[in-house]
Each structure stands twice: as structure tokens, then as C-alpha cells.
Ligand binder design. Sequence first.
Ligand code: PHE
Length: 461
Amino acid sequence: MAGARESIHGQWSSRWMFILAATGSAVGLGNIWRFPYVTGENGGGAFVLIYLLCVAAVGIPIMMGETLIGRRGRQSPINAMRALALEEGLSANWRFLGWLGVVAGFIILSFYSVVAGWSVAYVFYVGGGAFAGTDATASAALFESFTGSALRVIGWHSLFMVMTGIIVARGVSGGLEQAVKWLMPALFVLLLVVVGYAMSTGDFGAAVNYLFAPDFSEVTGESVLAALGQAFFSLSLGMGAIMIYGSYLPAATSIPRTIGLVAVCDTGVAMLAGLAIFPIVFGFGLEPGSGPGLVFVTLTIAFGHMPFGQLFGALFFVLLSVAALTSAISILEPVVAWLVESFKWSRAKASSASALSAWVLGVGSALSFNEWADLQLVGKTFFDWCEFLSTTVMLPLGGLLVAIFVGWRMSQRSTMEELGVSDGFFYRVWRVLVQVIAPIGVLLIFGNALVIFLKDVGVLD
Ligand code: PHE
């Protein structure tokens, strides 16, 4: 029954447009900013291996599940979940899965926009020569003095949020498709340039060793949870972004092939980012676990020394900002689509109202690096809490429910029809993954982390 419904918001003009948009959503700060620094905080190789396992066994099957729900429901996640649940004879309460996504989306967008704002600011710092001939200490000092200024960080955060709101207000295909077509490949090429530079001047051997030689003594329940959260964050899962993009997918497109390609691109970019950053970390004696500033401190050292570094550096941060923008719009889109469907608001009104709300929350994250830096709850700032709760808790939880819905609650006939496959090897594997592996994986990882937490706070010993 694929294509029985139509989305009131429009449709991608082709399968390729979906691939570009979904890749635009997946590839962003998660790959270039978050992946390297979370890897650094969790000790390297073993974390990377677990991350790759999470992507393959949990992420990709759930991504197909989200896309098929979106395309079959052809509405915002809240309304699509409700419509499909009723169609399958289930409780309309499944719509709360959509709600969980909306809340997670707000939180993610709020801190995402703050970090994206740093990237926009760095276009000007790097382009203006602030890092010419810099070293590790000077580069770290500049990052700290920049993020130490509440006014500046809030200013760039505001600019980024306004851009996100404007693009979403203009709708699915107005300009966005065009931008993604050129800018994503350009980012990829520039990343290769930085990897080339890091290979020739940094400690490439140490980096490869760090990233790909697993040392399991570093693995804890928390790092496995972090790997799972990172897989969801990077693939844009668990909050309805891929679901809403799936709702604009033409009926005849093969979901498995399309999603496979998106996931491979996303993972490839994360690995490249690691290979660009860690040679510099080790070559310049930096600390891999130094936190959210990692990319901003390391890459700027490379740009400060390579020929045409000012130009390449500025270009790199332009592209990173664009990659962040194509992700941010996918975080805002599910909420806006829902407001338009349910309250008949115009897209302009819906996107200004929701961008403004996320902006307010983001101010808290912006202040976490300066005025509120000491305001901590069990060692985490407001920013850390937003990141932790949304990425590590809410996204895997949303994903778990998606897996249960497509694996256990929807009829086999519906899922097979929507995936466009017959009851063969591929379908069986997918079903085992969403029915058993993904839910058990998420639950085990959650359970384990809970035990560690209870031990930490002294409830268990
Ligand atoms: N996947 C995006 C990134 O890696 C972030 C994102 C998370 C986008 C959740 C949509 C939903 O930057």
C-alpha cells in the first residue's frame, strides 16, 4: 500500500534528493566534532569497534524502520505513529513515541546550534589569520577565550538558529536540495586534504593505532552506552528526523539500498574525521580526552601551518557550518511539520516559534562555557546534561520503541511491502535485528549503565 497516502508538505524530487538530504542530516557536527572527542574520552580503538558494531547491528536496521514508518505514515512523527498504530489495530498511544522525539529534538537543537555557532565563528578566526603559526597552547587558549565570552557564543548561536529557522520556513525543496548537492562532496574532499596533511606532519601511526587497535581494558559500561548514543546521534535516529524525511520519499524507492548508502557515507566521514584529528593530537602532544573543544583546537593547528592554511581553514569551517545546517534543519522539521498539520499554522509561524524555543534552551548551553561553568550537577554542566540526556538516553530509547513497533507490532506484510522486499534472506536478517538484537542490545547497555550509576552513587556495591 506504499504511496496510498500523500504528504501535505511535499515530496523529494527523486531518490537521490532523499539520499542527499538524509546524508545531509546524518553528516554534521556528530561526525566531525562529536565522534573524535567522544572517542578520545573513551580511550580509542575499543570504543570505535563497539561504535561500528552499534551502527551495523542496531543503527542501520532501526534507520530502515524509521524510514518505513515515515513513508507509510506520510506525516510528522507524532501523527504518523498514531495513524499507523490505528491502521495496524494498535493503541493510539504509540504517538507518544513521536512526542519523545519532539522533546529530544528540542534539546539536541539547542546545544547543536551553540556548537555550530562556534564553527561559524571559526570561519572568521581562521580566515583572518588568528592561527597562523599557532601551537597547541595558543590554539587551546584562543578556544577558551572565545567560548569564555557569553556574548560572543550567544551571538553566533543566535545567527545559526535564525538561519536554520529561515531554511525550514521555506520548505522541503526550496534551495536546500541544491545546497546539499554541492556542499557535501566539497566537505568530503576538504576532509581528505586535512587527512593528507595530518598524515604527512602529524603522528599518523599513533593515530591509526589509537583508533583501530582495540584495547578492551579501556571499555566500561558507560563507554558502551556512549558508543550506542553516538551511533544514534550520528545517524540522526531516535527522534523522528529520518522518519520525517522518509515521509517525503517517493513510493517506488528501495529503502534498504538507499539507507545502506547513507549509513556508509556517514560512517566514512566519521572515520576520516578521526584520521584528520588524532595524528595532530599525538604529533603535538595534545590530550585525546580533552572534551568538546578537541576539533577546534587540533584542526586549527594544522591550518595554522599548512600552505594556504588560512584559505583551506576558512573553507573547512564554512563547510562544517553548512553540514551542521543541513543537520539542524532535519532536527527542526518534525516539530514544524507537526505544528502545520495539527494547528494549521503557516510554516513561517511554526518554524519561528520552535526555533525561538530551542534558542532559549540553547542559551543555557552557551552559558555553560562561561557564566555557568561552575554550575554543575554531579560533575556535569547544563550543556553536558542536555547532551547526555538527549543523545545517550532519549535517542536509544526512541530507537528501542521504533524497533519494537516495526519488529513486533506492525504486521510482517506491512513491513515487507514498505521495504519492498520478499520474505527472503535480507528480510529475515533485518527482522532478527529489529526484533531481537537491537532491543536486547539497547536494554543490556542501559541496564549495565544503570548498575554502574547506582554503584557510583553508592546505592549498590
Ligand atoms: N546526525 C547529526 C550529526 O551527526 C545530528 C542529528 C541528530 C541530526 C539527531 C538529526 C537528529 O551531526
